[in-house]
Ligand binder design. Structure first.
Ligand code: FES
Length: 440
Protein backbone atom coordinates (compact mmCIF):
# COMPACT_ATOMS: atom_id res chain seq x y z
CA UNK A 1 0.00 0.00 0.00
CA UNK A 2 2.89 2.38 0.73
CA UNK A 3 4.29 1.80 -2.73
CA UNK A 4 0.83 2.43 -4.17
CA UNK A 5 0.63 5.64 -2.18
CA UNK A 6 3.75 7.03 -3.85
CA UNK A 7 2.17 6.98 -7.30
CA UNK A 8 -1.52 7.54 -6.58
CA UNK A 9 -1.17 11.33 -6.74
CA UNK A 10 0.97 13.00 -9.38
CA UNK A 11 1.46 16.66 -8.50
CA UNK A 12 3.36 17.52 -11.64
CA UNK A 13 0.67 16.08 -13.87
CA UNK A 14 -2.17 17.33 -11.62
CA UNK A 15 -3.84 13.91 -11.35
CA UNK A 16 -5.05 11.58 -8.63
CA UNK A 17 -6.15 7.97 -9.03
CA UNK A 18 -9.76 7.25 -8.05
CA UNK A 19 -8.62 4.41 -5.81
CA UNK A 20 -7.42 7.06 -3.32
CA UNK A 21 -11.04 7.34 -2.24
CA UNK A 22 -12.03 3.67 -1.98
CA UNK A 23 -8.97 1.48 -1.44
CA UNK A 24 -9.12 -0.12 2.04
CA UNK A 25 -5.31 -0.46 2.17
CA UNK A 26 -4.91 3.27 1.56
CA UNK A 27 -7.51 3.97 4.21
CA UNK A 28 -5.66 1.86 6.80
CA UNK A 29 -2.48 3.79 6.00
CA UNK A 30 -4.36 7.07 6.43
CA UNK A 31 -5.42 6.07 9.94
CA UNK A 32 -1.90 4.95 10.88
CA UNK A 33 0.29 7.52 9.17
CA UNK A 34 -1.94 10.61 9.14
CA UNK A 35 -4.60 10.47 11.85
CA UNK A 36 -2.19 8.95 14.34
CA UNK A 37 0.53 11.51 13.71
CA UNK A 38 -1.06 14.90 13.01
CA UNK A 39 -2.87 17.41 15.22
CA UNK A 40 -6.62 16.67 15.28
CA UNK A 41 -9.44 18.90 16.50
CA UNK A 42 -11.01 17.77 19.78
CA UNK A 43 -13.38 20.45 21.10
CA UNK A 44 -14.03 24.14 21.64
CA UNK A 45 -13.23 25.46 25.12
CA UNK A 46 -16.87 26.50 25.66
CA UNK A 47 -18.12 22.97 24.98
CA UNK A 48 -16.41 21.84 28.21
CA UNK A 49 -16.58 24.90 30.43
CA UNK A 50 -16.55 23.57 34.01
CA UNK A 51 -14.55 20.86 35.83
CA UNK A 52 -15.94 17.45 34.95
CA UNK A 53 -17.51 18.63 31.67
CA UNK A 54 -16.62 16.14 28.96
CA UNK A 55 -17.11 15.51 25.27
CA UNK A 56 -16.77 12.09 23.64
CA UNK A 57 -15.29 12.38 20.16
CA UNK A 58 -12.93 10.65 17.75
CA UNK A 59 -9.36 10.98 16.55
CA UNK A 60 -9.59 9.20 13.23
CA UNK A 61 -11.51 6.08 14.24
CA UNK A 62 -10.13 6.03 17.78
CA UNK A 63 -12.75 7.11 20.34
CA UNK A 64 -11.52 9.64 22.90
CA UNK A 65 -12.94 11.56 25.84
CA UNK A 66 -11.97 15.22 26.30
CA UNK A 67 -12.38 16.43 29.88
CA UNK A 68 -12.11 19.76 31.71
CA UNK A 69 -9.92 19.18 34.75
CA UNK A 70 -10.41 20.61 38.22
CA UNK A 71 -7.48 22.99 37.70
CA UNK A 72 -9.00 24.33 34.46
CA UNK A 73 -6.70 22.28 32.25
CA UNK A 74 -7.84 19.89 29.54
CA UNK A 75 -6.96 16.22 29.22
CA UNK A 76 -8.00 13.64 26.67
CA UNK A 77 -7.72 9.87 26.73
CA UNK A 78 -8.78 6.84 24.76
CA UNK A 79 -12.42 6.01 25.38
CA UNK A 80 -11.59 2.39 26.06
CA UNK A 81 -11.52 0.47 29.32
CA UNK A 82 -8.17 -1.19 29.95
CA UNK A 83 -9.76 -4.33 31.43
CA UNK A 84 -11.42 -5.83 28.36
CA UNK A 85 -11.70 -2.90 26.01
CA UNK A 86 -15.30 -1.80 26.54
CA UNK A 87 -16.17 1.76 25.44
CA UNK A 88 -15.71 3.57 28.71
CA UNK A 89 -18.16 6.41 28.19
CA UNK A 90 -21.23 5.98 26.00
CA UNK A 91 -22.64 9.48 26.40
CA UNK A 92 -21.93 12.10 23.74
CA UNK A 93 -21.25 14.80 26.35
CA UNK A 94 -22.06 15.70 29.93
CA UNK A 95 -20.62 16.27 33.37
CA UNK A 96 -18.90 13.51 35.34
CA UNK A 97 -17.05 13.02 38.59
CA UNK A 98 -15.52 9.85 37.18
CA UNK A 99 -16.06 7.32 34.39
CA UNK A 100 -17.26 3.84 35.36
CA UNK A 101 -17.09 1.02 32.85
CA UNK A 102 -20.49 -0.67 32.50
CA UNK A 103 -18.99 -4.12 31.93
CA UNK A 104 -17.21 -4.97 35.20
CA UNK A 105 -17.14 -1.60 36.94
CA UNK A 106 -13.55 -0.37 36.71
CA UNK A 107 -13.53 3.34 37.58
CA UNK A 108 -11.41 6.08 35.98
CA UNK A 109 -10.87 9.66 37.17
CA UNK A 110 -11.27 12.84 35.13
CA UNK A 111 -7.74 12.51 33.80
CA UNK A 112 -8.21 8.86 32.81
CA UNK A 113 -6.35 7.49 35.83
CA UNK A 114 -7.60 4.15 37.17
CA UNK A 115 -9.11 4.86 40.59
CA UNK A 116 -11.27 1.86 41.41
CA UNK A 117 -11.48 -1.88 40.72
CA UNK A 118 -14.40 -3.92 42.13
CA UNK A 119 -13.26 -6.82 44.34
CA UNK A 120 -9.70 -5.61 43.90
CA UNK A 121 -8.13 -7.12 46.99
CA UNK A 122 -9.79 -10.56 47.02
CA UNK A 123 -9.78 -10.95 43.23
CA UNK A 124 -6.43 -9.43 42.24
CA UNK A 125 -4.50 -8.66 45.39
CA UNK A 126 -3.60 -5.36 43.77
CA UNK A 127 -3.85 -3.75 40.34
CA UNK A 128 -1.10 -1.35 39.27
CA UNK A 129 -3.15 1.83 38.84
CA UNK A 130 -0.55 3.72 36.84
CA UNK A 131 0.04 0.85 34.43
CA UNK A 132 -3.68 0.26 33.82
CA UNK A 133 -4.97 3.81 33.46
CA UNK A 134 -6.74 4.85 30.27
CA UNK A 135 -4.39 5.58 27.44
CA UNK A 136 -3.71 9.34 27.41
CA UNK A 137 -3.55 11.62 24.38
CA UNK A 138 0.01 12.78 25.05
CA UNK A 139 -0.15 16.18 23.34
CA UNK A 140 -2.88 18.74 23.83
CA UNK A 141 -2.84 22.24 22.29
CA UNK A 142 -5.18 25.14 23.00
CA UNK A 143 -5.38 27.85 20.37
CA UNK A 144 -7.79 30.81 20.66
CA UNK A 145 -10.66 28.67 21.92
CA UNK A 146 -9.91 25.51 19.96
CA UNK A 147 -8.49 22.36 21.54
CA UNK A 148 -6.43 19.97 19.44
CA UNK A 149 -4.74 16.68 20.35
CA UNK A 150 -2.08 14.44 18.85
CA UNK A 151 -1.11 10.82 19.55
CA UNK A 152 2.53 11.51 18.64
CA UNK A 153 4.32 13.01 21.59
CA UNK A 154 7.11 14.26 19.33
CA UNK A 155 4.85 16.20 16.98
CA UNK A 156 5.96 19.85 16.51
CA UNK A 157 4.05 22.45 18.53
CA UNK A 158 0.61 23.27 17.17
CA UNK A 159 1.48 26.84 16.20
CA UNK A 160 4.44 25.55 14.18
CA UNK A 161 2.12 22.97 12.62
CA UNK A 162 -0.21 25.81 11.61
CA UNK A 163 2.57 28.02 10.24
CA UNK A 164 1.15 30.71 7.95
CA UNK A 165 -2.29 29.08 8.19
CA UNK A 166 -2.71 30.78 11.59
CA UNK A 167 -3.09 34.13 9.82
CA UNK A 168 -6.13 32.79 7.95
CA UNK A 169 -7.54 30.75 10.85
CA UNK A 170 -7.59 33.90 12.97
CA UNK A 171 -10.22 35.41 10.65
CA UNK A 172 -12.63 33.01 12.33
CA UNK A 173 -11.23 33.09 15.86
CA UNK A 174 -9.88 36.53 16.61
CA UNK A 175 -12.49 39.12 15.66
CA UNK A 176 -13.31 40.18 19.20
CA UNK A 177 -11.34 40.58 22.45
CA UNK A 178 -13.98 38.35 24.06
CA UNK A 179 -13.01 35.42 21.86
CA UNK A 180 -15.55 32.94 20.53
CA UNK A 181 -18.28 30.69 21.83
CA UNK A 182 -19.71 27.45 20.46
CA UNK A 183 -23.48 27.78 20.29
CA UNK A 184 -26.18 25.16 20.06
CA UNK A 185 -25.49 21.45 19.96
CA UNK A 186 -23.32 19.50 17.57
CA UNK A 187 -25.14 18.33 14.45
CA UNK A 188 -24.02 14.81 13.58
CA UNK A 189 -24.91 12.92 10.46
CA UNK A 190 -23.51 10.06 8.42
CA UNK A 191 -23.04 10.23 4.67
CA UNK A 192 -21.49 7.62 2.39
CA UNK A 193 -18.43 9.36 0.99
CA UNK A 194 -14.70 9.44 1.52
CA UNK A 195 -13.46 12.03 4.04
CA UNK A 196 -11.09 13.66 1.54
CA UNK A 197 -13.88 14.93 -0.72
CA UNK A 198 -15.09 17.14 2.11
CA UNK A 199 -11.68 18.12 3.50
CA UNK A 200 -10.24 18.93 0.08
CA UNK A 201 -13.28 20.95 -0.98
CA UNK A 202 -13.07 23.13 2.11
CA UNK A 203 -9.32 23.58 1.54
CA UNK A 204 -9.42 24.45 -2.10
CA UNK A 205 -12.72 24.59 -3.90
CA UNK A 206 -14.36 27.97 -4.47
CA UNK A 207 -14.97 26.73 -8.00
CA UNK A 208 -17.90 24.45 -7.14
CA UNK A 209 -19.82 27.32 -5.52
CA UNK A 210 -20.34 28.99 -8.90
CA UNK A 211 -22.27 25.98 -10.13
CA UNK A 212 -23.30 23.58 -7.35
CA UNK A 213 -24.71 26.40 -5.20
CA UNK A 214 -26.07 28.47 -8.04
CA UNK A 215 -29.76 27.76 -7.51
CA UNK A 216 -29.64 28.05 -3.71
CA UNK A 217 -27.71 31.32 -3.96
CA UNK A 218 -30.13 32.67 -6.54
CA UNK A 219 -33.20 32.06 -4.38
CA UNK A 220 -31.69 33.16 -1.05
CA UNK A 221 -29.90 36.36 -2.08
CA UNK A 222 -31.82 39.61 -1.75
CA UNK A 223 -33.97 40.55 -4.75
CA UNK A 224 -31.94 41.62 -7.72
CA UNK A 225 -28.52 41.11 -6.10
CA UNK A 226 -27.70 37.68 -7.49
CA UNK A 227 -25.06 37.52 -10.18
CA UNK A 228 -23.34 34.45 -11.56
CA UNK A 229 -20.24 36.63 -11.97
CA UNK A 230 -18.53 36.64 -8.57
CA UNK A 231 -15.89 39.06 -9.71
CA UNK A 232 -13.08 36.59 -9.38
CA UNK A 233 -10.88 38.81 -7.28
CA UNK A 234 -9.52 36.58 -4.58
CA UNK A 235 -6.80 34.18 -3.52
CA UNK A 236 -6.11 30.67 -2.46
CA UNK A 237 -3.49 29.87 0.16
CA UNK A 238 -1.66 26.55 0.30
CA UNK A 239 0.60 25.17 2.98
CA UNK A 240 3.31 22.51 2.84
CA UNK A 241 1.54 21.03 5.91
CA UNK A 242 -1.60 20.40 3.83
CA UNK A 243 -3.73 23.29 5.11
CA UNK A 244 -5.58 25.41 2.58
CA UNK A 245 -8.03 28.24 2.21
CA UNK A 246 -9.66 30.35 -0.49
CA UNK A 247 -11.55 33.63 -0.34
CA UNK A 248 -12.97 36.48 -2.35
CA UNK A 249 -12.18 40.16 -1.97
CA UNK A 250 -14.91 42.75 -1.81
CA UNK A 251 -17.55 41.28 -4.13
CA UNK A 252 -21.06 41.39 -2.70
CA UNK A 253 -20.25 40.44 0.85
CA UNK A 254 -23.42 41.70 2.47
CA UNK A 255 -25.62 39.97 -0.10
CA UNK A 256 -23.79 36.67 0.33
CA UNK A 257 -24.02 36.83 4.11
CA UNK A 258 -27.71 37.60 3.84
CA UNK A 259 -28.16 34.60 1.57
CA UNK A 260 -26.22 32.25 3.80
CA UNK A 261 -27.23 33.30 7.28
CA UNK A 262 -29.81 36.08 7.02
CA UNK A 263 -29.97 39.88 7.39
CA UNK A 264 -29.34 40.05 11.17
CA UNK A 265 -26.02 38.25 10.83
CA UNK A 266 -25.12 40.41 7.81
CA UNK A 267 -25.89 43.54 9.85
CA UNK A 268 -23.78 42.31 12.77
CA UNK A 269 -20.83 41.23 10.64
CA UNK A 270 -20.82 44.37 8.46
CA UNK A 271 -21.61 46.96 11.13
CA UNK A 272 -21.66 46.10 14.85
CA UNK A 273 -18.80 43.57 14.87
CA UNK A 274 -16.74 45.11 12.09
CA UNK A 275 -14.85 47.77 14.07
CA UNK A 276 -13.37 45.32 16.51
CA UNK A 277 -12.47 42.87 13.73
CA UNK A 278 -10.61 45.56 11.75
CA UNK A 279 -8.85 46.76 14.88
CA UNK A 280 -7.61 43.26 15.71
CA UNK A 281 -7.03 41.82 12.25
CA UNK A 282 -6.51 44.82 10.01
CA UNK A 283 -8.75 45.93 7.15
CA UNK A 284 -7.82 43.05 4.85
CA UNK A 285 -8.95 40.29 7.20
CA UNK A 286 -11.52 42.23 9.16
CA UNK A 287 -13.39 43.65 6.21
CA UNK A 288 -12.39 42.56 2.73
CA UNK A 289 -11.90 38.77 2.77
CA UNK A 290 -15.08 36.75 2.64
CA UNK A 291 -16.81 33.65 1.27
CA UNK A 292 -13.80 31.99 2.88
CA UNK A 293 -13.49 28.23 3.25
CA UNK A 294 -10.63 26.50 5.06
CA UNK A 295 -9.27 23.13 6.12
CA UNK A 296 -6.63 22.57 8.76
CA UNK A 297 -5.09 19.28 7.63
CA UNK A 298 -6.37 16.67 7.80
CA UNK A 299 -10.06 16.95 8.70
CA UNK A 300 -10.97 20.18 10.51
CA UNK A 301 -12.85 22.68 8.32
CA UNK A 302 -14.87 25.86 8.62
CA UNK A 303 -16.56 28.74 6.80
CA UNK A 304 -15.81 31.99 8.61
CA UNK A 305 -18.69 34.04 7.20
CA UNK A 306 -21.33 31.45 8.04
CA UNK A 307 -19.31 30.54 11.15
CA UNK A 308 -19.96 26.84 10.68
CA UNK A 309 -17.22 24.59 12.03
CA UNK A 310 -16.95 20.92 11.26
CA UNK A 311 -14.94 17.73 11.57
CA UNK A 312 -15.08 15.02 8.92
CA UNK A 313 -14.72 11.88 11.02
CA UNK A 314 -13.64 8.99 8.78
CA UNK A 315 -15.67 5.79 9.14
CA UNK A 316 -14.03 3.51 6.61
CA UNK A 317 -13.06 4.53 3.07
CA UNK A 318 -16.69 4.95 1.99
CA UNK A 319 -18.27 6.84 4.87
CA UNK A 320 -17.92 9.88 7.10
CA UNK A 321 -19.70 11.17 10.15
CA UNK A 322 -20.01 14.93 9.87
CA UNK A 323 -19.95 16.91 13.12
CA UNK A 324 -20.94 20.53 12.64
CA UNK A 325 -21.67 23.42 14.98
CA UNK A 326 -21.74 27.20 14.98
CA UNK A 327 -19.23 29.60 16.42
CA UNK A 328 -19.99 33.21 17.37
CA UNK A 329 -18.10 36.08 18.98
CA UNK A 330 -18.63 35.59 22.69
CA UNK A 331 -19.68 39.21 23.25
CA UNK A 332 -22.36 39.22 20.52
CA UNK A 333 -25.93 39.74 21.74
CA UNK A 334 -28.24 36.80 22.34
CA UNK A 335 -30.26 37.89 19.30
CA UNK A 336 -27.16 37.76 17.08
CA UNK A 337 -26.16 34.36 18.45
CA UNK A 338 -29.64 33.04 17.78
CA UNK A 339 -29.53 34.49 14.26
CA UNK A 340 -26.25 32.65 13.61
CA UNK A 341 -27.75 29.42 14.99
CA UNK A 342 -30.88 29.61 12.87
CA UNK A 343 -28.98 30.83 9.81
CA UNK A 344 -26.50 28.00 10.19
CA UNK A 345 -29.34 25.50 10.44
CA UNK A 346 -30.89 26.83 7.27
CA UNK A 347 -27.69 26.91 5.20
CA UNK A 348 -24.98 24.54 6.45
CA UNK A 349 -26.25 21.72 8.67
CA UNK A 350 -27.79 18.28 8.18
CA UNK A 351 -30.88 20.08 6.83
CA UNK A 352 -29.09 23.08 5.30
CA UNK A 353 -29.90 23.89 1.70
CA UNK A 354 -26.28 24.62 0.74
CA UNK A 355 -25.05 21.57 2.65
CA UNK A 356 -27.31 19.27 0.59
CA UNK A 357 -25.65 20.45 -2.58
CA UNK A 358 -22.19 19.57 -1.27
CA UNK A 359 -23.17 16.24 0.25
CA UNK A 360 -25.09 15.11 -2.78
CA UNK A 361 -22.05 15.58 -4.99
CA UNK A 362 -19.71 13.73 -2.61
CA UNK A 363 -22.16 10.84 -2.16
CA UNK A 364 -22.78 10.40 -5.87
CA UNK A 365 -19.04 10.38 -6.58
CA UNK A 366 -18.65 7.64 -3.98
CA UNK A 367 -21.53 5.63 -5.45
CA UNK A 368 -19.92 5.81 -8.89
CA UNK A 369 -16.67 4.56 -7.37
CA UNK A 370 -18.25 1.24 -6.38
CA UNK A 371 -17.89 0.13 -10.02
CA UNK A 372 -14.58 -1.49 -10.97
CA UNK A 373 -14.15 0.61 -14.10
CA UNK A 374 -15.11 3.83 -12.33
CA UNK A 375 -12.52 3.27 -9.64
CA UNK A 376 -9.86 2.37 -12.20
CA UNK A 377 -9.64 5.90 -13.48
CA UNK A 378 -7.79 9.13 -12.85
CA UNK A 379 -9.17 12.53 -11.81
CA UNK A 380 -8.07 16.03 -12.75
CA UNK A 381 -6.45 18.15 -10.01
CA UNK A 382 -4.60 20.43 -12.39
CA UNK A 383 -6.39 23.80 -12.30
CA UNK A 384 -3.77 26.56 -12.31
CA UNK A 385 -0.88 24.13 -12.77
CA UNK A 386 2.20 25.78 -14.19
CA UNK A 387 0.92 29.31 -13.63
CA UNK A 388 3.00 31.67 -11.53
CA UNK A 389 2.09 32.10 -7.89
CA UNK A 390 -0.19 34.98 -6.99
CA UNK A 391 1.02 37.60 -4.51
CA UNK A 392 -0.36 40.24 -2.20
CA UNK A 393 1.78 42.21 0.24
CA UNK A 394 -0.84 41.78 2.98
CA UNK A 395 -1.10 38.00 2.71
CA UNK A 396 1.54 35.53 3.95
CA UNK A 397 2.40 32.16 2.47
CA UNK A 398 2.12 30.70 -0.95
CA UNK A 399 -0.86 31.95 -2.98
CA UNK A 400 -2.73 31.12 -6.15
CA UNK A 401 -5.84 32.59 -7.72
CA UNK A 402 -9.08 31.83 -5.88
CA UNK A 403 -10.18 29.64 -8.78
CA UNK A 404 -7.30 27.20 -8.86
CA UNK A 405 -6.41 23.88 -7.24
CA UNK A 406 -3.08 24.86 -5.77
CA UNK A 407 -4.44 24.21 -2.25
CA UNK A 408 -5.83 20.83 -3.31
CA UNK A 409 -2.40 19.89 -4.60
CA UNK A 410 -0.87 21.09 -1.35
CA UNK A 411 -3.37 18.95 0.57
CA UNK A 412 -2.61 15.83 -1.48
CA UNK A 413 1.14 16.45 -1.46
CA UNK A 414 1.16 16.34 2.33
CA UNK A 415 -1.31 13.43 2.35
CA UNK A 416 0.91 11.40 0.06
CA UNK A 417 4.16 12.31 1.80
CA UNK A 418 2.86 11.09 5.18
CA UNK A 419 1.13 8.08 3.68
CA UNK A 420 4.25 6.84 1.94
CA UNK A 421 6.62 7.22 4.89
CA UNK A 422 5.59 6.65 8.52
CA UNK A 423 8.76 8.45 9.62
CA UNK A 424 8.31 11.54 7.45
CA UNK A 425 8.30 14.67 9.61
CA UNK A 426 4.85 16.23 9.84
CA UNK A 427 6.40 19.55 8.86
CA UNK A 428 8.40 18.96 5.70
CA UNK A 429 11.96 20.11 5.43
CA UNK A 430 12.74 23.41 3.72
CA UNK A 431 14.01 21.52 0.70
CA UNK A 432 10.67 19.84 0.26
CA UNK A 433 8.97 23.19 0.60
CA UNK A 434 11.12 24.59 -2.18
CA UNK A 435 10.21 21.68 -4.42
CA UNK A 436 6.57 22.46 -3.70
CA UNK A 437 7.13 26.03 -4.60
CA UNK A 438 8.70 25.27 -7.94
CA UNK A 439 5.84 23.09 -9.10
CA UNK A 440 2.54 24.71 -8.41
FE1 FES B 1 -14.30 -2.47 31.59
FE2 FES B 1 -14.26 -5.01 32.27
S1 FES B 1 -14.22 -4.17 30.27
S2 FES B 1 -14.40 -3.27 33.55
Amino acid sequence: AREKATRIFDRDAGTIEASAYVDPDIYRLELENIFRRTWLFLAHETQIRAPGDFLATYMGEDPVIVVRQKDGGVKAFLNQCRHRGMRLCRSDAGKASNFTCVYHGWVYGLGGELVGVPLEEPAYGTVDRAAWSARPVPRIARYKGLIFGCWDENVPDFTDYLGDAAFYLDILLDRSPAGTEAIGGIHKWVIPCNWKFAAEQFASDSYHALFAHLSAAAVTMPDGSYSADWGGEGFQFTSDRGHGTGFLLDAGRREMLTAFVGPEVARYAMEEGMGSAIERLGAMRGQRMHAQHMTIFPNFSFLPSVNTVRVWHPKGPNEIEVWAWNLVEADASDAVKEAYRVGGLRSFSASGIFEQEDGENWVEIQRCLQGPVARDTVFHVGMGLGRPDAADPDLPGRLGWVFSEVAARGFYTQWQRLLADPDAPVIPSADHGEANHAAQ
